[in-house]
Design a protein around this ligand. Structure first.
Ligand code: HPA
Length: 294
């Protein structure tokens, strides 16, 4: 039997785009990834076309409660958006290429800005369950890097992107971090910043690991996000990361960590996250990303 021709990552992403284009002609400028328990923001998307991941070629499916698995195309506060309602994780057995394919697709659809959200454990004892934190930087301890493998310059969203080696010095855009803080203040709450450390999971951490992570400078711990941010920076997208602290990390409080608690805190904080994201997206339509090409 002849072996079927292998379809490379770029072609896979293009096949996904082709399918999406048959369902909606919307040109999104901002992509949003909604993390565990945070899918409710999807209700804000007006005139939404919802496409289940299961119908999109090569999209991974999440098996985890709290991850509905739809791509929504529509508008929020006048800004055309593509929203990934739920994500796949490495700990489910997906490869890093599979986990990041939807982010690659957001860029090919036209997004020049990516807003990633997630649930995290609070390592910094000043963070309480229910706090929203803007990610200032990350530490990737998952053991893999999403940009490893053959380099694919065709993913570049702006001329200087798509390089084999690329800078991660301002992975989380200072401009968008400032905007997010301003908008949070306008909506009526503080938005502190923190360093997000990513682990593979699915086990939560041991107290000894959390002590070690604190000494490395981490404020938050979670099992996602960094790979999406790495491929977004490879493509030249501007990135904002918002993390919802759903629990004190292991050993910070004596209570055991429970996934249902993560979901419950997510539901309770959804209102604030929705207000903040809507205010940020309104500003994106008013003042477009300066890096966007004409
Ligand atoms: N650790 C890792 N991931 C998480 C946590 C945690 O404590 N809470 C929510 N996601």
């Amino acid at each position: 039997m002849p072996t079927p021709p292998t379809v490379d990552l770029y072609e896979q992403a293009q096949q996904a785009v082709l399918h999406i284009r048959q369902r909606s002609s919307l040109q999104p400028i901002v992509g949003v990834v909604l993390g565990t328990g945070l899918g409710g923001f999807g209700r804000q998307v007006q005139h939404a076309t919802a496409i289940p991941y299961a119908e999109i070629p090569h999209f991974p499916r999440s098996s985890i409660a709290g991850h509905p698995g739809n791509l929504l195309l529509g508008a929020v506060a006048g800004t055309p958006v593509a929203v990934l309602q739920g994500r796949a994780h490495l700990y489910e057995g997906h490869t890093v290429a599979e986990v990041t394919l939807p982010t690659r697709v957001l860029s090919l659809l036209g997004c020049k800005t990516l807003i990633v959200t997630n649930a995290s454990g609070g390592i910094n004892a000043s963070f309480r369950a229910g706090d929203l934190v803007s990610i200032a930087d990350h530490i990737n301890l998952t053991g893999v890097n999403a940009a490893a493998g053959p380099n694919e310059p065709r993913f570049a969203a702006i001329p200087q992107a798509g390089q084999r080696f690329f800078d991660m010095g301002e992975a989380y855009s200072p401009r968008l971090r400032t905007l997010a803080r301003q908008k949070a203040a306008e909506v009526g709450f503080d938005l502190p910043e923190g360093i997000y450390l990513a682990v593979l999971g699915p086990s939560f951490e041991t107290p000894a690991e959390i002590r070690a992570f604190r000494s490395l400078g981490a404020d938050l711990v979670g099992m996602s996000t960094v790979h999406e941010v790495i491929v977004a920076r490879h493509m030249g997208l501007e990135v904002l990361g918002l993390s919802l602290v759903t629990n004190p990390a292991a050993g910070v409080s004596p209570e055991p960590i429970d996934h249902h608690e993560v979901l419950d805190i997510g539901r309770r904080a959804e209102g604030r996250l929705t207000e903040l994201l809507t205010a940020i997206l309104a500003a994106c339509s008013a003042a477009p990303n300066p890096r966007r090409q004409p």
